[in-house]
Design a protein around this ligand. Structure first.
Ligand SMILES: CC(C)(COP(=O)(O)OP(=O)(O)OC[C@H]1O[C@@H](n2cnc3c(N)ncnc32)[C@H](O)[C@@H]1OP(=O)(O)O)[C@@H](O)C(=O)NCCC(=O)NCCS
Length: 173
């Protein structure tokens, strides 16, 4: 199964074209692929800022320390994950600890399931347990992925945009 070959890795400067294309593709469905992108003069600056965010180096601005990783299968970028090392009020209410997305041509191959599995391993290694993961109430795909990872629904809240959002907790097995 190709999901067995999925690996998570940091963004590199030579990923600029693929990240920009992914950003555009997923913006069309209301999903921000490259988090915090657009605030830097160059892509190299963006990569450097992601590295500082991972180290939790100030100024963090509105962000918490977080790890942003691309998901790659056989050298091709298929998605991404954002692993937040802690929660702030926004993340506790609607953002959660882990946010992921899979590019349209690569869906229904088990990649989101594998991205979440590996993201959970990484966040647990940081000592976070249980882990909050959220999704829009009508996002059947993401809800299925979260439930398959052991997510227990706490509640459905209204997010900033007024969209009902499911909040799930996933505990270490
Ligand atoms: C939701 C999303 C992450 C799913 O990614 P994916 O790689 O296709 O998910 P998986 O292949 O791991 O899916 C596992 C199971 O979830 C269910 N599922 C996934 N997508 C689904 C969909 N669109 N409709 C119904 N069920 C779906 C299926 O049961 C699937 O297993 P199957 O393909 O064997 O039937 C992807 O569609 C996406 O990135 N969407 C836009 C961004 C987004 O919603 N991100 C999540 C924010 S919380």
């Amino acid at each position: 199964m190709s999901a067995d070959r999925l690996l998570l890795r940091p963004v590199r400067v030579d990923d600029e074209a693929v990240v920009l294309a992914a950003q555009e593709t997923m913006a069309a469905e209301g999903f921000v692929f490259a988090l915090a992108f657009g605030e830097d003069a160059t892509f190299a600056d963006y990569v450097a800022r992601l590295e500082r965010l991972q180290r939790g180096e100030p100024p963090l601005g509105r962000f918490v320390a977080s790890t942003f990783l691309l998901a790659e299968v056989d050298g091709e970028v298929v998605g991404r994950t954002s692993i937040r090392h802690e929660l702030n009020d926004f993340l506790r209410h609607e953002g959660g600890h882990i946010g992921y997305g899979v590019l349209p041509p690569f869906r229904r191959r088990g990649y989101a399931t594998e991205i979440l599995r590996q993201s959970l391993e990484r966040i647990r290694a940081l000592g976070v347990d249980p882990v909050l993961v959220t999704c829009d109430d009508d996002n059947v795909g993401s809800a299925t992925v979260i439930e398959a990872a052991g997510g227990v629904l706490e509640d459905v809240v209204e997010n900033e945009a007024g969209t009902p959002t499911r909040r799930y907790w996933i505990s270490r097995p």
